[in-house]
Design a protein around this ligand. Sequence first.
Ligand code: P6P
Length: 345
Amino acid sequence: MSNPLKKLITLDEFIIRNEKDFPFASGELSGLLRDIGLAAKIVNREVNKAGLVTDIQGIMGSTNSSGEEQKKLDVYANDMFINALRVSGECCGVATEENDDYIAFEPLPGKNVKYIVNLDPLDGSGNIDVNVSIGTIFSIFRRVSLSGPCTREDFLQKGREQVAAGYIIYGSSTMLVYTTGNGVNGFTLDPSIGEFCLSHPNFKFPSNGKIYSVNQGNFLKFPEPIRRYIDYCTAEDKATGRPYSFRYIGSMVADFHRNMIQGGIYMYPPTTKQAKGKLRLLFECNPLAFIAEQAGGKASSGEVPIMDLEPTELHERTPIYIGSTDMVDKVEEMLRKAKVGEALL
Ligand code: P6P
């Protein structure tokens, strides 16, 4: 029998093998990615038994900075990742969707710590109690402040400046998917050995797709060009394989992950109630945009690439259209034509 270990490439081994490709190649980013992988395993353990251990399910009775109800697992995941980053010694601060402000870690004497992390510790947590996939999303930047405690500017960088980004999806299997700017690779957790193992090397977003993901319930609240695009998706047209399939499970990481494998577009447009949509630029949109572009897909605010947006606040939101390039192009075309039309009125 061939040696099964021969084919296994663990996350740690892959990171070390590819360290030479990291921007500003140094062991620090490798160490940071490994620490995130470890925290993911610990959170995965709690997510997987959430249905059994009653005290981890349910709500905290508190809300986050966006006024959203916090689940116990939200807070647990938030604390776990913050602690993992704090003790990693490679991160000088973290901003998360669950905390009002960023957290500056105590500077380590004699060590010039280079990186900061923006984090959504448990996206889609509303699905915890109904056993639908949820995810963690992370985004890593080099600090721009020169020394001492990190500053707000370190966290408010354009998405283009990310040195790494990734997500963990806690689903039928637990996967960690990340990029350091040299393509996108996916690792599946093998519980029997407690290691993330390379399972999806070099992800490529199909240039087109037949799946659209959006909260159809907001249809009447969307801008007219978006309503027209959704009508385009549902129209009968054999030549372009329409109508497309509608898939939306209320967990962006899960919808994004499926679309990256099968082809598709995820949309969270502005609505009459939320002029900038619901999703956060720093904690959800920038990291997934980095992954999408690195996998040959596209991520747009409707007007400009997500990663070209200049953040001004930690919790700012942006509309997002992300996925197969041809589908995002189509949405941008419809929005552009509407703008030209309005200008001619
Ligand atoms: P709605 C989860 O709260 C989330 O941030 C994304 O994961 C998900 O796609 C979206 O919000 C769901 O929002 O308004 O459609 O319920």
